[in-house]
Design a protein around this ligand. Structure first.
Ligand code: IPE
Ligand code: IPE
Ligand code: MG
Length: 235
């Protein structure tokens, strides 16, 4: 990266292409997911190293439950193992949050998530949001429900429901606005990721499958981001 490069403050990544990577190597899909988890760890550390403020990664969508039981089980097992092993919070500076629904995950996974969130609460480094059982539409519905409760409790009036309030009720209210949305794997769609937050994000699509993704490719995406002329609706 050149010294002229300005960094996006908040990057979102749709970690896609694990299944195709596995097929390409004659391996079961689970092997692609496992390799994808390793790459996630590398990219996460790299973002911390270069000073990215916030990173939100899409690990499992509200729609991914529709995959075969075998595949869902293997993804959950990899997640379980990952949560146990990868977040040795001793000496860590990353602040981890899990975003998405919490009512459909197994109890032990939820406890691991809560442990990691609690253990990293005071960390001041990279803000890492891991989206598990996450859907952008579900997130907006959740925010609307919360706003409705506030009205019912008499804490606000319906006229107080504005963009700032909804924004404060999203799962990423802790983070700066999304600057760069990156999707490897060759697909050029959003697949229900960060619908609210994407309003003025720059989209970068890459052909590389997620398990082949590297820090150099992230640098390339950041350079592409830097070449864009962001206008936010102004001149
Ligand atoms: C992304 O990889 C991981 C999850 C959705 C959990 P995929 O499993 O979607 O891989 P492809 O898109 O089939 O290659
Ligand atoms: C999006 O990828 C979800 C994650 C990467 C976790 P999908 O593979 O589920 O999306 P589609 O099916 O290609 O739209
Ligand atoms: Mg996919």
């Amino acid at each position: 990266m050149s010294s002229e490069t300005s960094l996006p403050r908040h990057i979102g990544i749709i970690m896609d292409g694990n299944g195709r990577w596995a097929a390409k190597h004659g391996l079961p899909r689970a092997a692609g997911h496992a390799r994808g988890a390793d790459v996630f760890r590398t990219i996460c550390r790299y973002c911390e190293k270069i000073g990215i403020e916030a990173l939100t990664v899409y690990a499992f969508s509200t729609e991914n439950w529709s995959r075969s039981k075998d595949e869902v089980d293997s993804i959950m097992n990899i997640l379980r193992r990952y949560l146990r092993d990868a977040f040795d919070l001793e000496g860590e500076t990353i602040r981890v949050r899990f975003i998405g629904r919490r009512d459909r995950l197994e109890k032990d996974i939820l406890s691991l998530m809560e442990e990691i969130e609690d253990g990293s609460r005071d960390n001041t480094g990279l803000k890492l949001n891991i989206a598990v059982d996450y859907g952008g539409r579900d997130e907006i519905a959740h925010a609307a429900r919360e706003a409705a409760k506030m009205v019912l409790e008499g804490r606000i009036s319906p006229d107080d429901i504005d963009e700032d309030l909804i924004d404060s009720l999203t799962y990423t209210s802790c983070c700066p606005p999304l600057d760069l949305l990156l999707r490897p794997s060759g697909e050029e769609r959003i697949s229900n990721f960060m619908l609210w937050q994407c309003a003025y994000a720059e989209f970068v699509y890459m052909d590389t499958l997620w398990p082949d993704f590297t820090p150099e490719l992230l640098d390339k995406a950041i350079e592409e981001f830097n070449s864009r002329n962001r206008r936010f609706g102004g001149r």
